[in-house]
Structure formats: structure tokens, C-alpha cells
Ligand binder design. Structure first.
Ligand code: DGP
Length: 123
């Protein structure tokens, strides 16, 4: 897709800092890191988001997970652990319409993520 920024990164039209590369996936550092180590794993074929994933995507998804693990090992965060995140839609603040897995690590994280307790209690 010409207008998709991650497709443009894959085409080499936009720069990125590579973490790992496989036949069907590409991993690169996030532009706005939210952890000491933060990279994204994307499929080379355009899929809009995690909600658009179907039964035909099984092989690509498995490769995304193995690429995430390889990147985590290469960057030294695998043994202490890391978080994998897929954002879907407005409430999750999904901003790029090309499927991507966030890989976050390098320090202790909290849980649960993202929802202010007071708003949760008010529902
Ligand atoms: P999300 O909110 O899940 O859609 O996250 C999209 C992420 O993509 C966000 O953390 C910032 C990152 N990002 C956006 N544009 C670029 C870019 O051009 N290069 C890189 N490396 N990351 C980008």
C-alpha cells in the first residue's frame, strides 16, 4: 500500500533501524520508545491490524512471534522477560494501520496497562 508508512519502510522509502529481518517479517526500533528496549515486528505483506488477522495468516503470525523472540535475544532482554502488545482501534490508541507487534522490555513493567483505576471503577 503506497500510503502506508510501514509499507514504505519495508520498501526502503523511509529509514528505519533494523533489529531483525526474515522472509515474511521485519523488526525495527520504535521511533518513540516507551521502554529501554522497544521495537516493532511487522509482516512484509500488508494486514491492517490484529482484528484483520484470519486463518490464512497463521504462518506469518508464527513468524512474527519467532522474530520477536530472536530480536529480544539479540538485544539482551529475553532472559528477564518482555511484553508483546497489539493495539487495535481508537481506544487502544492504534495509530498506524499496518499490523505490528510491540516488543517492550529492559526494565520492570507494571500491570495492568493503560486504564486509569478511577475510570475503571466508574463504569
Ligand atoms: P500503535 O499505537 O500501536 O499504532 O503504534 C505505532 C508505533 O509506531 C508508535 O509506537 C510509533 C511507531 N512509529 C510511527 N511511525 C514510525 C516510523 O516512521 N518509524 C518508526 N521506527 N516507528 C514509527
Amino acid at each position: 500500500m503506497d500510503s502506508c508508512i510501514f509499507c514504505r519502510i519495508l520498501a526502503g522509502d523511509l529509514p528505519s533501524r533494523q533489529v531483525a529481518s526474515t522472509e515474511h517479517t521485519y523488526a525495527f526500533f520504535d521511533l518513540n520508545p516507551a521502554a529501554p528496549v522497544h521495537f516493532l515486528v511487522i509482516p512484509r505483506s500488508h494486514i491492517d491490524n490484529a482484528a484483520a488477522v484470519g486463518a490464512d495468516h497463521g504462518e506469518i503470525l508464527a513468524e512474527m512471534f519467532t522474530t520477536a523472540r530472536a530480536g529480544a535475544e539479540a538485544l539482551g532482554i529475553a532472559s528477564d522477560g518482555y511484553r508483546l502488545v497489539f493495539n487495535v482501534g481508537r481506544h487502544a490508541l492504534n495509530s498506524v494501520g499496518h499490523l505490528h507487534m510491540h516488543v517492550l522490555g529492559g526494565q520492570q513493567m507494571g500491570w495492568p496497562p493503560g486504564v486509569e483505576p478511577i475510570r475503571l471503577a466508574a463504569r
